[in-house]
Write a protein that binds this ligand. Structure first.
Ligand code: MOS
Length: 760
């Protein structure tokens, strides 16, 4: 299928300054930490020092006796939670698990699990008071890896939990006939006939891989300030990717109607999937109810690492069958992802994505969601995809070597194209996969020569399906010819700009004429998370629809002014309204006349678009490995991606660069380090090593634009797929540099040295 020709846009594709930019760089923008309310109390959380322990007794008497301490709560202060699945935007959870994760019930299930919270008049008093809460624990043996957890006879973290067969990624089915300890669910994805596929193969290769736990690493810690007033209405100021998701979770946890809850999203300092679940917000609400005062809570940095969701540590086994010419005949995977203490790892997406850049007629993936005594994982940028792709793309690299085929050539020979069936059975439409591979093959990086000792080049593909979901927007025409654009999507990566640009394009006006504003949950219709690579796509569609409504209304107004039939009036894409006998209005002209032709004009829309365009990326990386220290230096990096239409190319490039750097972090340095008791030993950003600007080169980007026919401006989500290829790309580069295949990430010096240095 030929992609639609790129339209000549006026605003789309330009690089204007973002509306929120100045306030953010001058420190004037308001974040959750900036909230100050009269009579405000400060809340703090007491966390379990054990990875697994029965909570025998909690005695808050001494803490409550400390002057300034106003209330202490435990889970008993929440309404009882029923067992029911709750939608969290990018993932789902059972309400009981959600509440138990917010505050432990009878057992603490991970080191750092919240067991009590308090509110005091001063943050220092609140901190001191934590030590006065007495908790008696009875330690239990922790389960710390998928291997330990799934072993026969392993202690069950949730004694009554049995393996459930998933019918689809978010759809639990019946209890499995093959109950595996601590495996909350099993999902099988399958197309074709795997036995047939391996029978046709001339080469078969099977390998195993592991990845560590990585945190999203957003710079702004979680925060929430709650005021539960005397008429029973709850207002919460917080940092979130999804104000409506927060409202709905608060409603379920607190058993309040949504109409009683107003969530006011403050500016957000990063989320990457981690700022979707509730953590302290329900505690702040209950503490406010108890004290009758507003309660503010901000996590310390170590609490972010102890108590919020990272992404899964994983084990993946992959088996590929191919002809001697490289044609893949079969692909099989076994994936076991750590869910943390409660079910809900993104293992299904891992199985869904890993083979998707390729046309393989026979595929199977068995995906296991595994409970361990670690923090409950949450979404993290293309949740689940990086680990699966690490396994697939590393194995493909080895296959290319065995068959003596160039690794990019091997991928091109097997490239998924329009009509290719994915592992879930659906056929691709209008994808840019081959175009991305071609752009990689033609890139200056791929065609350059890599010189020098201990250096290697790696390449890998990545796939992500992208999200749609619901978005609302409305827009009001002001008398001066400007447009107020009201949004429910919080702005993380330039959404105000990218959305203002789309309605400016629709209305044929300048970007500067649009004033976007992000509002609270009482002020706009339901809007899903800023996440899932959906916002520029779905909210962009909503603002386009709102723009079209304004166009229709302005045509009617012009017809009324000119006293002609509306069918004779046309709003053109250049923003000029034309009627019979060369009559015309510019947007500004008619805006100035609205007050005497029936009043203000508004456009509004609520959309749930389908037609999300999948995203494909190819990353190329050069590394140098120090033979003595095993430190890996990234020398050069190029990320090629089909972005559909780049609405604001700066922010598209920024997403790609950010995703690539997070993937490099997962590949090289980022991991949670646990002792054998399950205690997290590196809960600080000094010891949990994210790459800094000194650790990575400029990430070069190549934007391939294959417009998505399922969107008015051809938008494809761009935010998530760039984190998928780096793991394998880096590992493949390390192999070329050293001859060592790293099957365990991060390839930190600790891990790599074992491989590099000959045994003593
Ligand atoms: Mo989501 S992991 O916030 O794109």
């Amino acid at each position: 299928m030929v992609a639609p020709a790129k339209k000549p846009y006026r605003v789309v594709g330009s690089r204007p300054v973002r509306p929120d930019g100045t306030d953010k760089v001058t420190g004037r923008a308001n974040y959750g930490a900036d909230i100050r309310l009269p009579g405000m109390l400060y809340g703090r959380v007491l966390r379990s020092p054990h990875a697994h322990a029965r909570i025998v007794r909690i005695d808050a008497a001494k803490a409550l006796a400390l002057p300034g301490v106003k209330a202490v709560i435990t889970q008993a202060d929440f309404p009882a939670a029923e067992d029911a699945i709750t939608d969290l935007g990018e993932t789902a959870s059972n309400l009981k698990w959600l509440v138990d994760n917010v505050l432990a019930s009878d057992r603490a299930l991970y080191h750092g699990h919240a067991v009590a919270a308090l509110a005091a008049t001063d943050p220092h008093v609140a901190e001191d008071a934590l030590a006065l809460i007495e908790v008696e624990y009875e330690e239990l043996p922790p389960v710390l890896s998928v291997h330990e957890a799934m072993a026969e006879g392993a202690p069950r973290v949730h004694p009554n939990m049995h393996t459930v067969e998933m019918l689809a990624r978010f759809s639990p089915g019946p209890r499995s006939e093959h109950d595996i300890p601590n495996a909350a669910s099993h999902l099988r994805l399958e197309i074709g006939d795997l036995d047939q596929g391996f029978a046709e193969a001339e080469v078969v290769i099977e390998r195993e891989y592991e990845t560590g736990t990585a945190h999203q690493g957003y710079i702004e810690p979680h925060n929430g300030t709650a005021l539960w007033n005397e008429s029973g209405e709850l207002t919460v100021w917080l940092s979130t990717q999804g104000p409506f998701m927060m409202r709905d979770q608060l409603a379920r946890v607190l058993k309040l109607p949504v109409s009683k809850i107003r969530v006011i999203p403050m500016e957000i300092g990063g989320g990457f999937g981690g700022k979707i679940p509730v953590y302290m917000e329900p505690m702040a609400a209950v503490l406010s109810k108890k004290t009758g005062r507003p309660v503010k809570m901000i996590m310390q940095r170590d609490e972010v690492l102890f108590g919020t969701g990272p992404t899964s540590a994983t084990y993946v086994r992959v088996k590929l069958g191919a002809k001697r010419d490289g044609t893949l005949t079969a692909a099989e995977a076994y994936l076991a992802y750590e869910a943390g203490a409660y079910p809900g790892s993104p293992v299904g997406a891992g199985g869904m994505c890993m083979f998707s850049p390729y046309s393989v007629p026979n595929q199977r993936a068995d995906c296991y969601d595994v409970i361990v005594n670690k923090p409950k994982v949450s979404a993290y940028r293309a949740p689940g995809a990086p680990a699966g792709s690490f396994a697939m793309e590393s194995t493909l690299d080895e296959l290319a070597e065995q068959l003596d085929i160039d690794p990019l050539e091997l991928r091109q020979r097997n490239a998924a194209v329009d009509g290719t069936r994915r592992i879930d059975g659906a056929a691709f439409q209008s994808i840019g996969n081959e175009a991305v591979m071609r752009a990689a093959a033609e890139s200056p990086h791929w065609n350059s020569e890599l010189q020098g000792e201990n250096r290697g080049r790696g390449i890998a593909m990545g796939y992500w399906g992208n999200g749609g979901l619901e978005s609302s927007a409305y827009a009001t025409v002001n008398r001066d010819g400007t447009v107020g654009l009201v949004l429910g999507s919080v702005d993380i990566g330039g959404q105000r700009a990218a959305l203002a640009m789309q309605i400016a394009e629709t209305l044929g006006i300048d970007y500067e004429q649009v004033k976007p504003i992000v509002v609270d949950t009482d002020s706009i219709g339901f809007t899903a998370v800023t996440g899932g690579s959906r916002t520029t796509f779905a909210t962009g569609w909503a603002v386009h629809e709102a723009g079209l409504e304004i166009r229709r209304e302005l045509e009617a107004r012009a017809a009324r002014i000119w006293e002609v039939d509306a069918s004779l009036v046309h709003y053109d894409d250049d923003g000029v309204i034309r009627g019979p006998e060369d009559r015309s209005f510019t947007f500004r002209e008619i805006a100035g006349q609205l007050h005497r032709t029936g009043g203000t004009v508004q456009g509004k829309a609520d959309v749930m678009p389908e037609g999300t365009g999948p995203a494909f990326a190819c990353h190329i990386v050069d590394v140098e490995v120090d033979p003595d220290t095993a430190k890996v230096e990234v020398l050069r990096y190029t990320a090629i991606q089909d972005v559909g239409t780049a609405i604001h190319p700066d922010y598209v490039e920024g997403q790609i660069q950010g995703g690539a750097v997070q993937g490099i972090g997962m590949a090289l340095t980022e991991e949670y380090v646990y002792d054998d008791q399950g205690r997290l030993r590196n809960a600080s950003l000094l010891d949990y090593r994210m790459p800094t600007t000194l650790d990575v080169p400029q990430i070069d980007t190549i934007l391939v634009e294959e417009p998505n026919p399922g969107h008015p401006y051809g938008v494809r989500g761009v935010g998530e797929v760039p984190i998928v290829p780096p793991l394998a790309a880096v590992a493949n580069a390390i192999h070329q540099a050293t001859g060592v295949r790293t099957r365990r990430l991060p390839a930190s010096p600790r891990v790599l040295l074992e491989e590099l240095l000959p045994e003593e």
